[in-house]
Design a protein around this ligand. Structure first.
Ligand SMILES: *Cc1c(COP(=O)(O)O)cnc(C)c1O
Length: 284
């Protein structure tokens, strides 16, 4: 496997380096690519089926669908009921994942929690279950590969940044790179919730700094300042996702001063549907 390249980005008078994990593949990229490293390197005949569950526009879902297509594995994905509008859409992560062969199973909202819990009891050596968003100890290996690339490419930065959902990426990166400061910010829930999620995987190391957002942002909601920073970075030469990256960039610009290597976490495939929502909401 080839290391992802580094790019420079000038933003608000500052220079950043960007680790271009967005460039691996249109659907299987960013930290989802890193988290799936172990499975991607698993012999094809070890599994027949991968099961996961969660949101219907999730980047993890799309990445797993692309992996399963590559591997020839069946991919079963469980969600709560999906709106008819979404089912008819011919763009977005859900649509793309179905094109890649994902088998979608809708669970009644009242049964969802119990059913998902029961998946863990499934005892089939040819089936692998990936927890929501890929928050899984098996993600560690792929993030160690990323850490080794960062060390080998030594660009002179001593600080890294990447946004958090489950916090798996930022946590394992910080554990693999104790000589770096790793900044992150919570994009799903608040700082305490993120710490809780991380602590379930490993002890949070002292080189991991969680920057609190200036205000409470709700995941997948639309904020003018998110669109604005998205447009600024795009104009400066690199497109980032609209769910996670904006909060990270805003926090970095507000709360840090040093030179930083930003790990692009991918997710650009979801922008088309997000931009449609933004133009519906703000362009009237
Ligand atoms: C999934 C995702 C994240 C969050 O990753 P975690 O490891 O769950 O914290 C960040 N950015 C993008 C674009 C993602 O798709």
């Amino acid at each position: 496997m080839q290391a992802s390249p580094l790019s420079k980005l000038s933003l608000e008078g500052r220079e950043f380096f960007i680790k271009r994990d967005d460039l691996f593949d249109p659907f299987l990229s960013g930290n989802k690519y890193r988290k799936l490293h172990t499975l991607l390197h698993t012999p094809q005949n070890k599994y027949k089926k991968i099961i996961s569950y969660g949101g219907t526009q999730s980047n993890a879902m799309l990445a797993i669908a692309a992996m399963c297509k590559q591997k020839g594995w069946v991919f079963e994905y469980y969600t709560k009921p999906v709106s008819s509008v979404q089912k008819e859409q011919t763009f977005g992560n859900f649509y793309q994942a179905l094109l890649l062969g994902m088998e979608h199973i809708e669970l009644d909202a009242s049964l969802y929690k119990e059913y998902i819990a029961s998946l863990a009891l499934l005892n089939d050596a040819h089936t692998y279950i990936i927890d929501q968003g890929g928050a899984d100890a098996s993600a560690r290996e792929g993030l160690e590969v990323l850490a080794q690339e960062i060390q080998a490419q030594d660009c002179g930065m001593k600080s890294l940044a990447t946004p958090s959902g489950t916090g798996t990426t930022a946590l394992f990166l910080a554990l693999s790179l104790p000589e770096y400061t790793v900044y992150t910010t919570p994009c799903v829930g608040d700082v305490d919730y993120l710490k809780e999620q991380m602590s379930a995987l490993a002890k949070i190391p002292s080189n991991l700094i969680i920057l609190a957002p200036k205000k409470k942002y709700h995941f997948a909601k639309l904020y003018p300042e998110f669109l604005e920073i998205y447009q600024k970075t795009k104009k400066a030469g690199i497109e980032f996702d609209l769910l996670y990256a904006p909060a990270m960039w805003l926090a970095l610009l507000e709360k840090t001063q040093e030179k930083i290597l930003y790990i692009h976490s991918g997710g650009v495939s979801g922008n088309e549907s997000m931009l449609k929502r933004y133009s519906q909401k703000f362009s009237r």
